[in-house]
Write a protein that binds this ligand. Structure first.
Ligand SMILES: Cc1ncc(COP(=O)(O)O)c(C=O)c1O
Length: 367
């Protein structure tokens, strides 16, 4: 029972909070509730194998909890540079790639700046632009929900934005851009182009990292939350020219990465076979899930180059979500994106989880 009473905040104090902050909403995952089969956040269904997890925690026992970690996780930064064949000083590691989006805002978005944001795009980017006083220039998708590259190029010419954000493969659609189109945008943009590759490991196309050899305005964001299965430890990274990273580093808070997260990430980078075999399994499961959904009548499924599937059925999506949750399976209603009214998103889980989802889907579509 709380003994400190809560006080109302006078308007005069509330008015001191920046309007850009007050007009936002806190990030919440809509419709979340505890169920046995959780397929709503594009997570990996696979935790680290138990013996490895025990070894890691055992080794972690020797870490002094009373000591700060290093200001930046240097060993992990260097390991990522080595693994990806990048020059020294190309990487910043963040507390999840979400956290690095704020670094982008702090470094590149001046009040009133236009930032080109093709739609529908991972919602956090729009909120980051607003919070930093920028103006998101949303670019409507084509009718097939792919980013409209010609419209993006036109907006770049018109607004000369300091920042263009691309996500490929994209969440929430699951669709990837052609590499040639990414390059076209990078070549045309007078400012920086951020390419969020959160789902890159599930897709065979060339990474935007290769553009770093030619273009100084490329910034790539990656995460260890998806293919590496470390969503709970919060690790993402940004890759750019070392000279740019030197500048961006000046905006970074120290000690953002805790020792356990760095320790586990380093170990997983040493266990490439494990990570790759899991990626293969996730891809097989996703393929099987897509096929199973496609052959069911009354469901429309988008092609996916990720670990999730966007779909719609001939039923109200909220009711469908609730009925699925009642049967123990949580998916995500994507109707918060105006372009995706009626759509739901299901993350591909283990074969067993996908089976439970498909059975539940059959059940609720009969209702
Ligand atoms: C496109 C995209 N970028 C970034 C993220 C967040 O990654 P992290 O867990 O590293 O913050 C997500 C998570 O769903 C995503 O879909």
């Amino acid at each position: 029972m709380a003994s400190t009473p809560s006080l109302p905040i006078p308007d005069s104090l509330l008015a001191l909070i920046r309007q850009e902050v007050r007009s936002q909403h806190p990030y919440v995952v809509p419709g979340a509730r505890p169920v046995p089969v959780k397929l709503n956040q594009n997570e990996s269904p696979f935790d680290i194998p138990e013996p490895l997890k025990r070894d890691l925690l055992e080794a972690f026992f020797d870490v002094d909890f009373n000591r700060y970690p290093s200001e930046q996780p240097i060993r992990l930064m260097e390991k990522l540079e080595e693994t990806l064949g990048l020059p020294s000083g190309s990487v910043i590691v963040g507390n999840g790639s979400n956290e690095l989006t704020y670094t982008l805002g702090m470094c590149f978005v001046h009040p009133g700046d236009a930032v080109v944001l093709p739609r529908p795009m991972f919602a956090l980017y729009e909120s980051m632009v607003h919070l930093h006083g920028g103006k998101g220039i949303g670019i409507a998708p084509r009718t097939d929900l792919q980013f409209d590259v010609e419209a993006i190029l036109a907006a770049i010419d018109q607004h000369k934005p300091p920042l263009v954000i691309l996500t490929t493969p994209n969440n929430p659609t699951g669709l990837a851009m052609e590499f040639a189109d990414v390059e076209k945008i990078v070549r045309r943009a007078p400012g920086f182009v951020v390419i969020d590759e959160a789902y890159h490991e599930f897709h065979t196309s060339t990474s935007a990292l290769t553009l770093l050899k030619t273009y100084p305005n490329v910034i790539v964001l990656r995460t260890m939350s998806k293919a590496f299965g470390l969503a709970g430890l919060r690790l993402g990274y940004m890759v750019a020219q070392p000279a740019l990273i030197t500048e961006i580093m000046k905006s970074r808070l120290p000690f953002m990465i805790d020792r356990l997260a760095e320790h586990v990430a380093l170990s997983l980078l040493e266990h490439a076979d494990l990570v790759n075999s899991r990626i293969r399994t996730i891809l097989e499961n996703t393929e099987a899930l897509k096929t199973a959904m496609q052959i069911r009548s009354g469901i429309e499924v988008l092609p996916s180059q990720t670990n999730f599937v966007l779909f719609r059925a001939e039923r109200d999506p909220s009711a469908l979500l609730n009925d699925l949750a009642d049967r123990g399976v949580l998916v995500r209603n994507m109707g918060g994106y105006p372009e995706l009214k009626g759509y739901l998103r299901v993350t591909s889980g283990t074969l067993a989880e996908n089976k439970v989802f498909l059975e539940a889907l059959d059940n609720v579509l009969l209702v």
